[in-house]
Every structure is written in structure tokens, then in C-alpha cells.
Ligand binder design. Structure first.
Ligand code: NAP
Length: 246
């Protein structure tokens, strides 16, 4: 690829939505940093990305750890010289009814889903501010709007991500750093594979488009949010849910 290729970091890029985002952005000619806690799978994804002709760097890390977030940006800059796009996609669920939810389940989900977005973005904007360009896309969830039963931790983390998106957008807009979120609905990935069949059927019944989303449905919107076509959009959440919530 040319020296002008932009550099995109995708967290949680080893599989699912993150991998689809990495593939899409690689197909568009961006060099990709594949960040994930699962190094083996991340390396497999990186090999696939290289087939498109771009460079792909694997950085193993846990987004909830400040030292890992700092290392992610450091290694990216050492390898590619800069960061143009940060896609905060890494996320987990640890579902339980409130009455049974442990402090550990609460902390783990908030730390990875919300604090992780804060830590990685805080590091990335240091680089983006200097060059007065950057695009950050945070993957939230429809649960952050609905407050899904059984997901007090997850729904709170994703509502937090949408609020954090607005704060980053306000603080860094003057530096030409646009920060937006995407709230996916029911997307078919390894994460939702674990759901009981009756829950999947319940979701489908609520979706006017009558299908679960694909990871590519989300990747397409990320592509738009980092493109010049969306340069006047910041601080917003785009809902990609087949009409599940209107
Ligand atoms: P997924 O298939 O579970 O993939 C998530 C990836 O992130 C996995 O490779 C996972 O590694 C990695 N990861 C987990 N904890 C991490 C950490 N602390 N640091 C770095 N990487 C970590 O999930 P997905 O369905 O693609 O979801 C991606 C994002 O979309 C998440 O933020 C999720 O909340 C959001 N989302 C998904 C849906 C849906 O229907 N699938 C709907 C709304 C929002 P391990 O597998 O080793 O844990």
C-alpha cells in the first residue's frame, strides 16, 4: 500500500464485529492494528488482512488496563508513525439478574466496556491532537438505550459509552477529532451465539427487518463514520438494529 495509507486501530478485532471492521477498513486501503486479548486469533485475523495488500500489526492487550492502552498507541506509532482512526470495539457480557449479579461481574464489564474506551481514547487523542485530525468510533449497544433485563452491567456500560462519546466530541472537536458511536441491535456473532434459542426468537420478533444483523452491517457504518462523507457528524450515536428500537 502507499505511504499515504491511513492507520486504523480496532480493539477486539480477533473475531466478530471487530474482525469485520478490520477487514472492511483493510479493503479500503488502511493499515490496521489488530488489538485483542486473544493473541492467537488476532494473529490469524492479521494474516487475513495482509492478503488485501495492507500492513497489519498485532498488539495483544487488555483495554481495561492503562498500561496496555498506552502500549497499544506506543507500538502503533513506532510501527506506522501515527494513528488516524480508533475503533473501540472490544466488549464483553456477563449477564445476570440484578439480585444475583456479583460485584466482580459488574466491575469486569464496566472496566472493559467503558473504562477501556476511556483509556484507549485518552491515549489516541494525544497523537490526534498534535496533527489536528482523528476519527474515533465507539461500539455501544441497543442495551444502553433499552436497559435490557439481565444486563444491568452491560446496559450501564453501553449507556456510559454513549455519554463518553459526547464528552470526547465536545472536548476534541476544535482539533478536528470527530467522535461518534454505533449502537448495534442483535448482531450474529460468537457473543450472541451463546444466547438461548428462545431469547434469539424474542429478539427476531421485535425486528421489523426480520433478521439478525451481520458484522458487516456494522463495519459499513464504521467505514462511513471515518470517511470524509461524515466530516460534519460528531457526538452522535447511529442505531443499526433493523428497526428494533425507533
Ligand atoms: P465477540 O465476538 O465476543 O468479540 C469481542 C472480541 O473482543 C473478542 O476477540 C474478545 O476476546 C475481545 N476482548 C474481550 N475482552 C477484551 C479486553 N479486555 N481487551 C481486548 N479485547 C478483548 O463480540 P462481538 O459480538 O463481535 O461484539 C463486539 C462489540 O459489539 C462489543 O463491544 C459488543 O458489546 C458490541 N455489540 C455486539 C452486539 C451483538 O449482537 N453481537 C450487539 C450490540 C453491541 P475473547 O473472545 O478472548 O474474550
Amino acid at each position: 500500500m502507499s505511504d499515504q495509507a491511513r492507520v486504523a486501530i480496532v480493539t477486539g478485532a480477533a473475531q466478530g464485529i471487530g474482525k469485520a471492521i478490520a477487514v472492511k477498513l483493510a479493503q479500503e486501503g488502511n493499515n490496521i492494528v489488530v488489538s485483542d486479548i486473544n493473541e492467537k486469533k488476532a494473529a490469524e485475523t492479521a494474516e487475513e488482512l495482509k492478503q488485501t495488500g495492507v500492513q497489519a500489526l498485532v498488539v495483544k492487550g487488555d483495554v481495561s488496563k492503562a498500561e496496555d492502552a498506552a502500549m497499544l498507541i506506543k507500538k502503533t506509532v513506532e510501527t506506522f508513525g501515527t494513528v488516524d482512526y480508533l475503533i473501540n470495539n472490544a466488549g464483553i457480557t456477563r449477564d445476570n439478574l440484578i439480585i444475583r449479579m456479583s460485584e466482580q461481574e459488574w466491575d469486569m464489564v464496566l472496566n472493559i466496556n467503558l473504562k477501556g474506551v476511556f483509556l484507549c481514547s485518552q491515549q489516541a487523542v494525544r497523537v490526534m491532537m498534535k496533527k489536528r485530525f482523528g476519527r474515533i468510533v465507539n461500539i455501544a449497544s441497543v442495551s444502553g438505550i433499552l436497559g435490557t433485563a439481565g444486563q444491568a452491567n452491560y446496559a450501564s456500560s453501553k449507556a456510559g459509552v454513549m455519554a463518553l462519546t459526547k464528552t470526547f466530541a465536545r472536548e476534541f472537536g476544535a482539533r478536528n477529532i470527530n467522535v461518534n458511536a454505533i449502537a448495534p441491535g442483535y448482531i450474529i456473532t460468537e457473543m450472541t451465539d451463546q444466547l438461548p434459542e428462545n431469547v434469539k426468537e424474542e429478539y427476531l420478533a421485535q425486528i421489523p427487518l426480520k433478521r439478525g444483523g451481520t458484522p458487516e452491517d456494522i463495519a459499513n457504518v464504521v467505514s462511513f463514520l471515518i470517511s470524509p462523507a461524515s466530516s460534519y457528524i460528531t457526538g452522535t450515536t447511529i442505531h443499526v438494529n433493523g428497526g428494533m428500537v425507533m
